[in-house]
Design a binder for this molecule. Structure first.
Ligand code: 5GP
Ligand code: ZN
Length: 116
């Protein structure tokens, strides 16, 4: 996709601090980290969001999720981390190329705010 910032990272058109790459997936540090460890796992294929996935993406999605704990450990989070996938405008998604946030810290992450 021409105007997708994450496709540009995949293609090497804009730089990123890459921490993992294989044929299907890359992971790189978030430019605006919300925790001491904050990286993004994305498919190389442009998929706008979880809404745009179907059975043909099952293997890719599983592969991404399996990588999360491996990379979290490698980046110094052996005792816990958080995964977030924002989906759609109401889900807080800003970049419409599917990504899993992985957040970690040496302290316990803040609890999620509860709806009243
Ligand atoms: P979303 O709100 O879509 O779930 O999250 C998008 C994330 O991408 C944000 O945490 C934001 O900081 C990150 N981000 C946006 N543009 C760039 C970029 O050009 N490079 C990197 N490394 N991260 C980005
Ligand atoms: Zn894209």
């Amino acid at each position: 996709m021409d105007n997708c910032i994450f496709c540009k990272i995949v293609n090497g058109d804009i730089p990123a601090e890459k921490i993992y790459e294989d044929g299907d997936i890359i992971a790189f540090n978030d430019i605006n980290p919300a925790a001491p460890v904050h990286f993004l796992l994305i498919p190389k294929l442009h998929i706008a969001s979880l809404y745009e996935t179907d059975e043909s993406d099952q293997c890719l999605l599983g592969k991404m999720l399996l990588l999360a704990p491996q990379l979290a450990k490698k980046l110094g989070c052996p005792d816990g981390f958080r995964t977030i996938i924002n989906t759609g405008h109401l889900g807080g998604q800003e970049v419409f190329h599917l990504h899993i946030h992985i957040l970690g810290s040496s302290e316990r992450l803040p609890v999620m705010n509860h709806h009243d």
